[in-house]
Design a protein around this ligand. Structure first.
Ligand code: HEM
Length: 149
């Protein structure tokens, strides 16, 4: 019973991880297309609305769900005699997810600046930032599956 519930929580965790990362892949890509539009134009307003919906319908709820379910997995392990909080790979993973949450914050703030008519980052910077979720996903998945330390 307990094992089955644990697996359901883990499945839900992974479903929301996929939503969160998919949203993080899309948002900076939207910014790359949004960047050249003239502030106040019809196209600018369409991108602002698409970005707002992506943030409020997918990104923010998915990030919260990943955190809540991930912390629940830690709690269930701790309660069932596996002191997971002493494992090195989990410390490294937590550092990566804190950094990824910071990236989420940066990306959300950048969209709000664009909505006010600013374009502070160069195209090249946005393209480089676009690589962050992919690299973070690869590192985190290796940490949780291989558990190298
Ligand atoms: C946001 C904070 C997060 C916390 C607190 C957290 C915590 C956890 C915990 C405790 C487990 C169970 C590990 C086990 O049973 O051995 C787990 C499973 C997993 N997590 Fe997370 N996680 C978080 C975010 C993420 C993210 C962002 C990703 C991917 C990019 C991810 C990918 C996975 C995968 C693939 C598993 C399954 C591992 C397995 O079954 O062997 N997690 N997570």
């Amino acid at each position: 019973m307990l094992v089955t519930s644990y697996l359901w929580v883990k499945a839900a965790h992974l479903i929301f991880v996929i939503f969160w990362i998919a949203g993080l892949f899309m948002l900076p890509r939207f910014y790359i297309y949004h960047q050249p539009t003239v502030p106040g134009s019809v196209e600018d307003k369409q991108w602002i609305e698409r970005e707002r919906r992506l943030r409020s319908i997918i990104l923010n709820p998915a990030m919260i769900a990943v955190w809540v379910l991930g912390l629940a997995l830690i709690w269930i392990n701790q309660m069932n005699g596996r002191p997971i909080l002493t494992e090195g790979w989990l410390h490294a993973k937590l550092l990566c997810v804190i950094a990824l949450s910071g990236y989420h914050g940066w990306a959300s703030a950048y969209g709000k600046k664009m909505a006010r008519g600013y374009r502070p980052a160069k195209d090249r910077t946005l393209r480089l930032m676009n690589e962050v979720p992919g690299i973070a996903t690869a590192v985190i998945v290796i940490l949780v599956i291989v558990q190298p330390f």
